[in-house]
Design a protein around this ligand. Sequence first.
Ligand code: HEC
Ligand code: HEC
Length: 434
Amino acid sequence: MQPRFPPAARAALALVLAAPALAAQVDLGASQHGAASMKDQLAALAKLALPADGLVAPRGIDARVWTASIVPGQEPTAARVALGRALYFDPRLSKDGTVACATCHDVTRGFTDNRPVSEGIGGKLGRRNAPTTLNAALLTEQFWDGRATTVEHQAGMPILNPIEMGAQTEDEVVQRIAGAPEYRDGFQQAYGRAPNYADLRAAIGAFERTLIFLDAPFDRFLAGDPTALGTAERRGRELFDGKARCASCHPLNGASPLGTDNAYHNIGVAARDKDFEGLARSAQAALQQDDSEHALDQLALATDMSELGRFVVTKNRADIGAFKTEQLRNVGISAPYMHDGSLQTLWDVVDHYNKGGEDNAFLDGGIEALALTDAEVDDLVAFLFALTDVRLAEPNQRAQAKQKEQAAKTRPIKDPALAERRVLGFERRVLGTK
Ligand code: HEC
Ligand code: HEC
């Protein structure tokens, strides 16, 4: 049994709440862009009983795999986790003091913002949907296109992105942070030196290493509790591994606990009428001018070339319109779905696969119409909701009820002419006709 308020959570709360300098500059009761207030988020976080440090492999993860994922020299000790936690909720990392990591990765919204695309400083909209920070530490690559590797690497980027947190230079951020005595102490305790940008991003990464949420009804079922999954969920699981072929890209087992192959596929999301060839030429020209990390980050978040996905990282034609296979953990509470947030419910997601995606020249060979019946679609959705950690069971139930109601009203993707499309698809593939 873990303590309700682990010492690191108390330390982080103290760091954020009790510091006079911070309290004067940051209104913890305010909410930005519809996110819950930082005060409410910290209270919700305390209830999740996170571990004080990220040194020990969490339940469900092999100790060797966990240790291998930690960057040498960046071990997530309790002092680093406490510091990173304070930084994660601190809007002072942004240019105008209004946007924190927690604005877009909100504790009360599945560590995402539940918006199609994110809104940063000055209300600027990006092109992509915010994935959850839960379990992100276990991904081999970060972002929909994999342009960052570890969480420690990733954390430095949104702070400097002009439409997210908008800081102009690393120095500017470090100076703002170093102005607060509690941060000077916090960095000293965590890293034995004054605040600097490399330690700042490492500390945020250390905190993210405590956000491992892999204890779902599905895991309890696998561990031998037959009552953990209902009959619909069990049927859904069989479809997932079998007829619906989800597991070919979303392997979900002991060796692959997140349900992602950590690879990139064009599954035909919002691909209709996209001039992929023209966009690819523009991207190549832009990256010839400047292919720095900063330029790539802006291109991915703020231009039409965003839709090229993995291509902007590899410049490989096969990666045009390909995005990272998203993890399926806690997927019940992270709507809307896909890189552009274009699908509202998990019913829409399964309808998308059932019709074989949006056809385009770069569509992955693994995407074909599935011919699932309505009952099978419902079972598959039930299974997806059984992948949410038991600590988040309550918001998961709420989301499931809400999505069910919405899906009963509208299923925009469900294709009434499914049968006809299947025949056309067959002709195209087998007979080679267009
Ligand atoms: C303005 C909203 C916004 C802010 C602020 C923000 N993020 Fe994100 N985050 C996003 C979006 C959108 C993406 C996906 C972008 C992409 O893939 O190109 C993302 C992606 C990520 C990912 C990758 C997860 C995955 O599954 O690949 C991590 C980790 C992450 N953010 C952590 C953070 C941290 C830490 C901070 C604070 C330093 C932060 N974010 C600030 C919106 C935001
Ligand atoms: C060919 C590989 C492939 C197959 C097969 C596949 N997926 Fe995916 N899945 C992906 C990729 C890639 C994405 C992200 C695509 C994007 O955003 O453009 C994704 C995204 C998702 C998402 C959205 C997650 C989020 O948080 O936004 C869900 C849910 C999902 N898949 C479930 C399924 C289910 C259920 C099946 C089986 C019916 C399935 N997938 C089959 C590759 C695949």
